[in-house]
Ligand binder design. Structure first.
Ligand SMILES: *Cc1c(COP(=O)(O)O)cnc(C)c1O
Length: 414
């Protein structure tokens, strides 16, 4: 168990210790790196404030976490904070995603989009190099409710994408629907599949049954790898559903995306990519010869402060504190659903999720606008969603429910 709750004092001293092991541009003679502390004329290092603020101090010292730091050799300039990033990957892979004694690689990416594309990139190269696949024989296989980073990645990497239809009411895939999608892809010459299984979709919070994919594709004797998109759900679902199969205790799951800038309230730039050992190398760019340890990430230069932010959040709560935080959001979501049931409003909600997606015919445009509800489609909404985040308290939800009730009453009178 590497995830433990720490006091603010422990967090502070550990981060400042890590920073002390990084290069100090001010005190040392480092003259070959196109990097420095943040511009002091603009970002003034006020000792009195910074002495208390490890994240801001890290921002000012501006460590570059270029490359992947779980593979052994890395840029020595920033060894201190890279160590913290390794700890983040370890906590996510082992403690949150039940990786047990297995070994993993990973890094803090710019976001869920990059982490998903990193997975596709690795598997595409894996199928080409190990199986002799042609690009037009490789396809992403994912549900119709997937995030748009899937078609974006398919387009970038010149591979196909095949959608599995979902049921309109339950948003779920089924054996038959996967079978149909695979059949269609095979008819189009696809032989190698990069499966993306959702751990909470962006619009519905719906979750795919990952074993359905694995069973059908193995029965069919097809080559495939399974990636989990937990960009939204990665810091939620493992806590709201302890029976979850979308983790590394499931041997089919090969890699996972999590986004700390969604439910974990970290600053943007905190996507997390985690993959079982032995795969990261398929994305190595050997030409990255000026980077110590070479580079097998999509991004290039990236801020080490992002890893620090994630680590500080996780260490502040600890596993029990995090579980309780999610439990509160679950309870609040249940309460809202009960109100909607009483009003006869139809909606979709996965039992383990904090997203409530209401059918648009119950929601007036006025209410949608007033409460910042997000539609599935801005031109012609079928659905509007509520995301019960920390700031979405009953104080904010009650006036919405009251307005909704009144608009429904008015509708019934007309
Ligand atoms: C937000 C999200 C993404 C993309 O993440 P970014 O951090 O915006 O790049 C991918 N998948 C899901 C399910 C998401 O909710």
């Amino acid at each position: 168990m590497s995830w433990v709750k720490k006091s603010q004092e422990e967090i502070r001293s550990q981060i400042f210790y890590a920073l002390s092991k990084n290069v100090n541009y001010q005190k040392e003679s480092i003259i070959g790196v196109p990097g420095s502390f943040l511009d002091e004329k603009v970002f003034h290092p006020d000792k009195f404030i910074l002495g208390e603020a490890p994240f801001l101090s890290t921002l000012l010292q501006n460590p570059n976490h270029i490359g992947c730091h779980t593979l052994g050799e890395s840029e020595s300039f920033f060894a201190g904070t890279q160590e913290i990033e390794r700890d983040v990957i370890d906590i996510c892979a082992k403690d949150i995603l039940k990786g047990g004694s297995d070994d993993f690689d990973g890094y803090v990416a710019s976001g869920g989009t990059e982490a998903n594309i990193q997975a596709f990139w690795i598997y595409r190269n894996y199928f080409v190099r190990e199986k002799g696949a042609e690009l037009d024989e490789i396809s992403i296989l994912c549900s119709a409710d997937c995030h748009y980073s899937m078609p974006k990645g398919a387009n970038l990497l010149s591979i196909g994408i095949q959608y599995v239809a979902v049921d309109f009411e339950t948003r779920s895939i089924s054996k038959e629907r996967i079978h149909d999608a695979v059949q269609e892809a095979k008819n189009n010459g696809k032989k190698y599949f990069i499966v993306v299984s959702n751990m909470m979709t962006t619009m519905f919070g719906s979750v795919d049954d990952v074993d359905l994919y694995a069973n059908i594709l193995t029965t069919d004797n097809l080559n495939f790898k399974i990636h989990i998109d937990g960009a939204y759900g990665g810091f939620y679902y493992p806590f709201s559903n302890e029976e979850s199969k979308l983790n590394f205790s499931n041997p089919w799951v090969n890699s996972v995306t999590l986004d700390a800038h969604k439910m974990a309230q970290a600053p943007y730039g905190t996507g997390i990519f985690i993959i079982r050992k032995g795969y990261m190398q398929y994305a190595t760019t050997q030409e990255a010869s000026y980077v110590e340890g070479e580079d097998c990430t999509l991004i290039g230069s990236r801020s080490g402060a992002n890893a620090i932010a994630i680590w500080m959040i996780l260490s502040t709560y600890g596993p029990n504190g995090w579980y309780e935080k999610i439990l509160v959001l679950q309870k609040r979501t249940e309460k809202v659903c009960k109100h909607l049931d009483e009003l006869g409003v139809e909606y979709y909600r996965n039992l383990h999720s904090n997203i409530i997606t209401m059918k648009s015919n119950f929601i007036s445009e006025e209410i949608a606008h007033k409460y910042g509800l997000v539609p599935d489609n801005h031109h012609q909404p079928n659905w509007y969603k509520i995301v019960v985040m920390e700031h979405v308290t009953m104080e904010k939800l009650n006036p919405f429910l009251e307005d909704l009730k009144n608009s429904i009453l008015v509708n019934q009178l007309n």
